[in-house]
Write a protein that binds this ligand. Structure first.
Ligand code: URA
Length: 441
């Protein structure tokens, strides 16, 4: 460590930092645009995980990182320190082709729900540490917990047993990267989610700790992504692929369009319902295309090529795995899914063709309906959500339903409707964009 690592600190502050790191100095270092040293990063992550550093100071540091960024070496150290904050799973003794996927976060992005059982039905094994909703995006765990009885709080023994018996487990990270769990929850309520450094380290710390031997990343591009600039999404993809490779885990990133919500549903239970349609051989084309594309990438990385994932949607084997997974985690796959008791429908004032639907605005609307959190520990509403009746490019007649909103708290309907104001248009057909944009690694 050199004096210059501490940037503009006084000599006294530098000496003090070597002896006894303190949070105001670390925050000031990043606030003023300087690099954090390895020692500062290791200390901050450890002290915050143990509760020695409080949320208010960590929130200030996260905002400084959000504004100033971190370079590649800082991100690599921050990621390694988060992995070190907890346990690391190792399932290599099971002799299974272990592979996982993670998304950088989108709107209507329920892909994990059909994808994991499909990949398991094809012969690979998926140990998936999943997350809860973050900012305007939904989380796989919040969605799956809408299934009556389902729990994501399972331990290592159960995960091992499920990998053997079912071929998959979807679980809360728990003891894996506990630093990320705390930082993730804090970012969610301090407007510090949209940071390349914080997204890359958050995802990769969980994924490198969970025991997968190969990894596919779905990096979102467009208004519903955390990073709106396509160049930044590409940079995020490269950063995460490099982190995976440096840790000896073959990693590939697929860049996919997130300008418009995926599928026709956004929310918690309502996205499970659509995932079941996909597993049953139906469902919206974009959800099916992305599920099959990511499954093929995962199976190729895992070296499994006996079955085409598309077949598992036709022959019901993907659905069978999903039901087995849900049952293994305490859920009742036959139980009715909750639906918000209060609804509002947006209708077309004129006819034409549905134009683009802004994914970010829809994500915010669904968050306002109660599908996400405004404070750490808030309970999400399983039945809150939105149904899209007309996707971009589909014909619309005047007076037809375009969106239906669901919530248990009727006072949430007006603010959610306000988010949709200006978020879509009916008239000329929109510009067609491919769903799969690029592939790295
Ligand atoms: N998923 C994560 O796990 N972390 C992020 O920061 C974004 C998406």
């Amino acid at each position: 460590m050199t004096g210059s690592d501490f940037g503009a600190l006084t000599v006294g502050e530098q000496r003090e930092m070597h002896r006894n790191p303190d949070m105001p100095t670390v925050i000031r270092t990043k606030r003023d645009g300087h690099r954090l040293t390895d020692a500062q990063i290791d200390w901050v992550i450890d002290a915050y995980t143990r509760g020695e550093v409080g949320d208010e100071q960590m929130a200030a540091l996260l905002m400084a990182i959000f504004l100033r960024g971190m370079d590649g070496a800082e991100i690599a150290r921050w990621t390694a320190a988060m992995i070190e904050s907890g346990k690391r799973f190792d399932f290599s003794d099971l002799g299974l082709p272990l592979v996982d996927k993670h998304s950088t976060g989108g709107v209507g992005d329920k892909i994990t729900i059909p994808l994991v059982p499909v990949v398991a039905a094809c012969g690979a094994a998926v140990p998936q540490a999943a997350g809860r909703g973050l900012g305007h995006t939904g989380g796989t765990l919040d969605k799956l917990e809408a299934i009556p009885g389902f729990t994501a709080e399972i331990g290592i023994a159960q995960i091992r047993a499920q990998l053997v018996d079912v071929g998959a487990a979807i679980f809360a990270a728990g003891d894996l990267a506990p630093a990320d769990r705390k930082i993730y929850a804090l970012r969610d309520v301090t407007a510090t989610t949209e940071s390349l450094a914080l997204i890359a380290s958050s995802i990769m710390s969980k994924k490198l700790a969970e025991g997968a031997r190969a990894l596919v990343l779905d990096v979102k591009v467009g208004s519903g992504a955390f990073l709106k600039d396509p160049a930044e999404s590409l940079d995020l993809a490269r950063t995460m692929v490099d982190l995976g490779t440096a840790h000896g885990v073959p990693t590939r990133a697929v860049l996919t369009d997130m300008a418009c919500p995926l599928g026709r549903t956004v929310g918690n239970a309502i996205e499970v319902e659509e995932s079941l349609e996909v597993l049953g051989g139906g469902g919206p084309d974009d959800v099916v295309e992305l599920t099959v594309t990511l499954a093929r990438e995962m199976l190729a990385l895992a070296g499994v090529d006996a079955v085409d994932p598309a077949d598992t949607l036709r022959d019901g084997s993907g659905m069978d795995r999903f039901r087995a997974l849900v049952r293994a985690q305490g859920g009742d796959p036959a139980a009715a899914l909750p639906v918000g008791a209060h609804t509002e429908t947006v209708t077309a004032t004129s006819g034409g063709t549905m134009g683009d639907i802004d994914a970010y605005a829809v994500g915010l609307a669904v968050w306002r309906l109660g599908a996400g959190r405004a404070a750490p520990g808030d309970r999400v509403q399983p039945g809150a959500g939105l149904r899209i009746h007309r996707k971009p490019g589909e014909p619309v007649a005047a007076g037809e339903a375009l969106f239906t909103l669901y919530t248990d708290t009727p006072e949430r309907l007006a603010p959610a409707l306000a988010e949709l104001d200006g978020a879509f248009s009916v008239g000329e057909p929109p510009t067609r964009r491919p769903l799969i944009l690029d592939r790295i690694g």
